[in-house]
Design a protein. Structure first.
Length: 239
């Protein structure tokens, strides 16, 4: 009985939609645990890329960036006269306040959790493992998925930061951001930031990895939709 279940779950070459869902659900909890335990390592390439790109995309706003496990700490030039004016845990005292004429003694730091943009990786991996393909194609799918998820993380972190600084923070601080980077005053720029933030938070993390799997496995997708029969010809249906 065990052998029959093993063959059904892992070795059966053709899939029904129900069996494919069972395979995927079998892998998903285990992969989420592994993904979380290895998150600091798996997310590190994306965070390093974000460290390079975010200051370029938010000129005059970012002093420095740091990585702490799966968090990206964004140190900005936005500040306040007293620590209480900044959210708890978001303030840092600038060591250069007494030496370089820095206007604010307390500056804003934003800790961003990158994992909320990277959960598509275990989802994609579960789909790949549930798909009856060769080891070589599974590794290719995982590699492309890893690159895609890393780019999604960078997108999410950038637009999260931009949305927070320009649209979703206290007026005192958004005004500072708009002064440091005047382009943030433009209505079209604010609309782009709001759209990018929503896409990066709600759509891209899970939809794009699934779309990548579908693109790499069109025959499997067709089989899941139409069964073992070939896809019906639209011209024959018209008759």
């Amino acid at each position: 009985m065990f052998k029959a279940c093993y063959t059904t779950l892992f070795k059966q070459a053709t899939l029904s939609p129900r069996l494919f869902v069972l395979r995927t659900l079998f892998w998903l909890p285990l992969l989420f645990i592994i993904w979380y335990l290895l998150s600091s390592w798996l997310i590190h390439p994306a965070l390093e890329l974000a460290k390079l790109l975010i200051p370029l995309g938010l000129p005059n706003l970012i002093e420095s960036l740091a990585i702490q496990q799966h968090y990206l700490i964004i140190n900005t030039y936005l500040g306040a006269e007293i620590q209480a004016e900044l959210p708890q845990g978001f303030a840092r005292f600038t060591a250069n306040f007494f030496t370089n004429g820095q206007h604010y003694p307390f500056l804003l730091s934003i800790p961003l959790d990158s994992l909320k943009y990277a959960y598509g990786l275990p989802v994609l991996t579960a789909l790949v493992l549930a798909t009856p393909t060769s080891i070589r194609k599974k590794l290719l799918s995982f590699g492309l998925g890893f690159v895609l998820v890393s780019l999604i993380v960078v997108w999410g972190l950038y637009f999260n930061t931009a949305n927070f600084l320009a649209l979703d923070f206290k007026t005192t601080f958004t005004d500072q951001a708009k002064t440091l980077w005047p382009l943030l005053n433009e209505t079209w720029m604010q609309a782009c930031i709001a759209l990018g933030y929503r896409l990066g938070f709600l759509i891209f993390p899970v939809v794009l990895p699934i779309a990548l799997w579908a693109q790499l496995n069109p025959a499997i997708l067709s089989q899941l939709i139409y069964g073992s029969n070939p896809k019906p010809n639209p011209s024959s249906l018209a008759k």
